[in-house]
Design a protein around this ligand. Sequence first.
Ligand code: G3P
Length: 217
Amino acid sequence: MKFFVDTADVDAIRELNDLGMVDGVTTNPSLIMKSGRDIKEVTAEICAMVDGPVSAETVATDADGMIAEGRELAKIADNITVKVPLTWAGLKACKTLTDEGRMVNVTLCFSANQALLAAKAGATFISPFIGRLDDLNIDGMDLIQEIRTIYDNYGYETQILAASIRSPNHMKDAALIGADVATAPPGVIKAMANHVLTDKGLDAFLKDWASTGQSIL
Ligand code: G3P
């Protein structure tokens, strides 16, 4: 499973990228707002740092507006993926932009039928939002499974990009189901390294080591 980082925080991306953990980046208008930076400036900085796709989201609500914004965002760098919402207008924009050879991420997906339409429109990525379904007491992972089954049934090449990931368990479950990509906040990716037994075991080793009076260096 590829790891995308869901943030516009350049320092956080750099830390993970230096460890080889970043296959791409996703941003959205809320994350740009949180960064406090200009969208083109911060996106260009991210694109220069990361080799993989970097999603930059349009904000127009009509297809022509999304297409114009998508073309403008795509000028930032070759690894820009234009992100459009899963509305009818977004599907039209997706078709036009993919026909032009651009990568498109269709976002705000909450149903398997929406994902099926995005695949028909040629989307490079579909972004089903797990956490926001969980918030409504609907199992977001069921959606990932449904989309996986449908895409595999017909050989759609659209990549399932599990989004709105809130916990390490979401990462594990997405990987078990076979999501192509998961995008998560940096804190969730780092939390995947944690285990209480690791901490406990390390404490015991260090105490025993101290009692030997030895040093390695
Ligand atoms: O990838 C989409 C993400 O940014 C939304 O996450 O936690 O706001 O639902 P969240």
